[in-house]
Write a protein that binds this ligand. Structure first.
Ligand SMILES: [Zn+2]
Length: 197
C-alpha cells in the first residue's frame, strides 16, 4: 500500500464532507498524534486528492503553481468558515481568493431535458480543467455558506483539531468520536488529578 492511501484510510470521516467537497478540502490539513498531516503537501498529493474526489481527470496534469492555488483556496475557505462560526466579517483576502476561483473558470449553465423533465445542468469549463476544479470547490463553499446547512457548520471543539463539520444534532461539538473520546479522557484525567490528595 502506498503512503498516500494509508493516510486516506486512517483519516476518520467527518460529517458533511460527503455532501460538501469544500468541507473535505478544508479538512485536508489535520493533526494526528505524531504531528500535522497535509494531504495537499505537493503537486502530486494535490493531484491525487482532486482525482479521488472526481474533480479532475487522472490524465490532466496538476503543477506546483496550481497546487499552491488549491492550498490558498483551502486557507481562504477556512477563514470564511471561521468568520461564519464567529459571526464576524471575514478577511477581505479570503473573500477575494474564493471569488477569484469562482471567476477563473465559471461553469456554463445549461438547460437539460430528459424523460423526467427539465433541469438545470452546469457544465464545467473543459478548456481549463485545473481552474474548473477550484471553481467547483469555491462554488460548493458558496452553496454551503449561503444555504440552510450554514447553520450546522461547526469547528471541532477538541484542542488542536482544525477540522470543520456539519453538526448532525444540536449538541455535537466534535468532528469525530475519536476527538470526543480524547476530550472526555482528558477531562476524566483532570478530574482524577483534582480529586487525589
Ligand atoms: Zn476534531
Amino acid at each position: 500500500m502506498d503512503r498516500e492511501s494509508s493516510v486516506f484510510l486512517h483519516q476518520p470521516s467527518v460529517p458533511g464532507e460527503d455532501r460538501y467537497l469544500s468541507l473535505a478540502l478544508v479538512n485536508t490539513r489535520f493533526a494526528v498524534s505524531h504531528g500535522q498531516v497535509d494531504l495537499l503537501e505537493d503537486a502530486e498529493a494535490a493531484h491525487l486528492w482532486l482525482v479521488r474526489h472526481e474533480l479532475l481527470p487522472d490524465r490532466i496534469p496538476f503543477n506546483g503553481r496550481q497546487s499552491g492555488r488549491l492550498r490558498a483556496l483551502r486557507e481562504g475557505l477556512r477563514a470564511l468558515y471561521e468568520a461564519h462560526g464567529a459571526g464576524t466579517l471575514p478577511p477581505a483576502t479570503a473573500l477575494d481568493i474564493l471569488n477569484a476561483a469562482l471567476a477563473a473558470a465559471p461553469p456554463t449553465p445549461r438547460l437539460a431535458w430528459a424523460a423526467d423533465g427539465p433541469r438545470r445542468a452546469d457544465v464545467p469549463d473543459r478548456g481549463n480543467p485545473a481552474a474548473a476544479a477550484l471553481s467547483l470547490l469555491a462554488d460548493d463553499a458558496t452553496e454551503l455558506l449561503t444555504g440552510a446547512d450554514a447553520a450546522l457548520l461547526t469547528g471541532c471543539a477538541a484542542d488542536g483539531c482544525p477540522r470543520w463539520f456539519l453538526r448532525s444534532h444540536g449538541a455535537r461539538r466534535w468532528c469525530t468520536t475519536k476527538c470526543g473520546n480524547r476530550v472526555r479522557a482528558a477531562r476524566a484525567y483532570a478530574a482524577r488529578k483534582a480529586d487525589s490528595p
